[in-house]
Design a protein around this ligand. Structure first.
Ligand code: HEC
Ligand code: HEC
Ligand code: HEC
Ligand code: HEC
Ligand code: HEC
Length: 184
């Protein structure tokens, strides 16, 4: 365990040195859209039927993860709506067998990055600022690059000199770009 920790420490140190050079041309998973086990559509639910994001992703208000809804949430409505639909039948079968649906994770920051939904939700950052127009997506895709440069672009307040000079923002401005905020 100790040896592993030390190796990681060393790797991080090396990584820090080359970070500045790397962030200019970070690789990204932007556009990643894996095939899902059930053809679920945000356009039908969040778009046409205007179901609020947090009806299903209720974790984001209070915690780090927004969460993927369990099959039981789907059946709140599909006990009555589109009961015979092939894809809905799969949801019912998952519920009956007690096996979780194996939704493929789309968005993921590396383990060395700390990201928390509730901080952003309570700062009134809209889901769409980071996930794009989800309410018109059939298949979910990673809309933003999720690179360090992308986080920092929004966290930097000095693009707007007036905003940065506001005494309220002096401590906040440096806190938001502090390495230890996102790398614990
Ligand atoms: C009726 C339930 C429901 C509603 C409403 C809903 N979603 Fe989802 N969402 C899901 C399910 C199920 C998945 C996982 C399957 C998939 O990726 O298509 C998902 C996946 C996602 C993902 C990708 C998760 C990952 O793996 O990275 C994002 C981001 C997301 N939703 C954002 C939103 C936003 C923003 C809204 C509102 C505009 C919204 N969702 C509304 C059910 C819902
Ligand atoms: C708040 C109610 C509600 C919830 C919760 C809900 N749905 Fe739906 N769903 C609907 C409505 C309304 C339709 C549209 C029915 C129609 O137009 O005939 C629909 C349609 C569908 C369809 C039919 C195909 C399509 O795209 O039109 C599928 C499949 C589906 N939902 C899957 C799911 C899954 C999977 C979940 C859980 C992650 C879920 N739904 C949660 C209300 C809901
Ligand atoms: C400031 C940018 C930002 C905002 C705002 C945001 N997200 Fe995310 N979201 C991310 C990032 C970054 C990840 C990957 C996080 C990780 O790997 O832990 C993610 C992951 C997700 C996931 C999959 C993993 C999880 O946390 O369950 C879902 C679902 C999701 N977001 C839904 C939403 C919804 C719904 C909203 C609005 C209530 C929202 N997000 C607001 C940046 C954001
Ligand atoms: C669209 C804008 C936006 C994006 C993109 C964004 N953030 Fe934020 N972030 C904010 C806002 C606004 C706050 C809250 C600022 C405040 O309370 O003063 C915040 C706060 C935080 C905080 C808490 C800071 C503190 O000490 O209060 C962390 C940690 C954080 N973000 C991590 C991330 C990470 C990691 C990413 C990229 C994966 C990211 N953010 C992307 C807007 C954004
Ligand atoms: C607002 C959040 C945020 C802040 C502040 C931040 N980082 Fe990052 N950092 C990230 C994210 C997100 C990634 C992952 C990027 C990716 O996977 O493409 C990352 C990746 C890295 C990496 C790995 C590079 C790689 O190619 O994998 C290093 C090293 C790093 N950051 C160092 C730093 C240093 C040093 C600072 C302070 C000067 C800092 N970070 C400040 C969010 C942040």
């Amino acid at each position: 365990m100790l040896i592993i920790r030390r190796t990681i420490g060393l790797r991080l140190l090396v990584a820090l040195v080359i970070a500045a050079a790397l962030t200019a041309c970070e690789p990204t998973n932007q556009g990643y859209a894996p095939l899902q086990p059930i053809a679920y559509s945000h356009a039908v639910h969040a778009g046409v039927n205007q179901i609020p994001c947090q009806y299903c992703h209720f974790g984001g208000e209070r915690g780090r993860y927004a969460g993927i809804p369990p099959a039981s949430i789907c059946m709140n409505c599909h006990g009555e709506v589109s009961v015979e639909h092939e894809e809905v039948v799969k949801v019912q079968q998952a519920l009956d067998s007690g096996e979780a649906i194996t939704w493929q994770r789309v968005h993921k920051v590396p383990d060395h990055v700390y990201f928390d939904h509730s901080i952003h939700v309570s700062a009134a950052v809209e889901c769409q600022e980071c996930h794009g127009p989800m309410e018109s997506m059939g298949t979910v895709l990673q809309w933003a690059p999720l690179t360090m440069g992308w986080c920092l672009d929004c966290h930097r307040l000095d693009d707007d000199p007036q905003e940065a000079a506001d005494p309220v923002n002096v401590g906040r401005a440096s806190r938001l770009v502090d390495c230890t905020n996102c790398h614990h």
